[in-house]
Design a protein around this ligand. Structure first.
Ligand SMILES: NC(=O)c1ccc[n+]([C@@H]2O[C@H](COP(=O)([O-])OP(=O)(O)OC[C@H]3O[C@@H](n4cnc5c(N)ncnc54)[C@H](O)[C@@H]3O)[C@@H](O)[C@H]2O)c1
Length: 337
């Protein structure tokens, strides 16, 4: 049986990836510190296959190295590296947390991966590494000038991975995600990071009356309606790209970097419109200040992922919102830890 290691596999995106891998007959080893990850997500997935849970914090390099070299992971050839912290605004308040968890945690993982002889890594990077767009849509060649420590920490990890590749032959796929939303249509796993820091998830919770939600957004950006434009990619589509990347690396595909977005940009108000239409409520809209580190407009050119991996996102904004509605109705407080 093929085996795979997933860091952050109890988290939002990681748990969707674990489900997909189990359904594709992989045995999955999950390494997580369960800060935002949920044990119940893994329990809900055990019906699909075998999961080995390693409770460890990537900041503890010794423990991670021991876990990866202990022998139980000897059949693992690929690691999917989702674990990390991810709030842009929190990173402006507490950069230390971001450099420790994302940079140091990843460097510890890379060293353990090298010692364990794991050949391939698939890394969750972000469009926040690009910073302000110099042209649109953003392709993978776009200059990388992060405007916040979160994006900077991810860019540093990209560079560390490239060094481990050049020095030790580690093969990689780096994915730069745009904004991830949506939920597993079967409601086995979903979004449990509460309070939510993501617009669509927060708006759906607000519309369902589960969490307070105010549409307070700067409306003086140079965009269609003044609010920031982002590219929202469905989590199930997103993990589909990871499965394709696993196969691509297993078949000897070259190390590469791919954007994962839809190529469509929506303003904050357009997202609110769609949530209101789906759920049938109305929000007041209050102009706010531009937040530190925030930029006007990003959306992806994902042609490279289509050409090399055969990946095409297919879930509409409306379907992704509906899946979130069903999820939050089933698990209003998220999953348990
Ligand atoms: N959600 C998005 O819109 C988005 C966009 C771009 C990139 N990403 C990246 O995708 C990845 C997954 O994001 P998510 O939305 O699933 O977040 P999440 O918070 O739900 O998942 C992160 C997981 O990593 C674990 N974790 C965090 N720090 C750890 C550490 N030091 N050691 C071990 N485990 C640790 C958490 O417990 C959790 O299970 C992150 O690396 C994030 O930067 C997410």
């Amino acid at each position: 049986m093929n085996e795979i290691l997933v860091t952050g596999g109890a988290g939002y995106i990681g748990s969707h990836a674990v489900k997909r891998l189990l359904k594709e007959n992989y045995k999955v080893h999950v390494l997580d510190n369960f800060t935002t990850g949920r044990r119940q997500a893994l329990e809900n997935l055990r019906k699909y296959g075998e999961i080995n849970v390693i409770e460890a914090d990537l900041r503890d390099g010794e423990k991670v190295k021991n876990a990866l070299t202990a022998g139980s992971l000897k059949n693992v050839s690929t690691v999917l590296h989702f674990a990390g912290v991810l709030s842009v605004s929190e990173s402006m308040q507490n950069p230390h947390k971001y450099f420790l968890n994302n940079l140091m945690g990843s460097v510890n993982l890379l060293e353990a991966v090298r010692e364990a002889g794991i050949k391939n890594i698939i890394f969750s990077s972000t469009c926040a590494t690009y910073g302000n767009s110099q042209y649109l849509p953003i392709d993978e060649e776009h200059p990388q000038n992060p405007t916040n420590p979160y994006g900077e920490s991810k860019l540093m990890v990209e560079k560390a991975i490239k060094w481990y590749s050049a020095l030790f032959g580690l093969k990689y796929v780096i994915f730069r995600y745009f904004n991830v939303f949506g939920s597993d249509p079967d409601c086995d796993v979903g979004y449990s990071s509460l309070p939510s820091v993501h617009l669509v998830q927060s708006a759906v919770r607000g519309a369902l009356g589960l969490s307070p939600f105010n549409v307070t957004c700067a409306d003086n950006f140079k965009t269609r309606d003044g609010t920031p434009v982002r590219d929202y990619v469905d989590v199930v589509d997103l993990v589909g790209a990871h499965f394709r990347a696993v196969k691509y690396l297993e078949k000897g595909g070259a190390s590469d970097i791919f954007n994962l977005g839809t190529g469509k940009g929506y303003t904050v108000y357009e997202i609110i419109d769609q949530v209101e239409k789906t759920i049938g409520n109305k929000f007041d809209r209050n102009p706010g200040e531009i937040r530190q580190g925030e930029y006007a407009e990003v959306y992806a050119n994902f042609d490279k992922a289509t050409a090399s991996l055969g990946w095409n996102p297919s879930t509409s904004l409306e379907t992704g919102i509906n899946n979130l509605v069903n999820w939050f109705k089933k698990y209003p407080e998220g999953l348990e830890n």
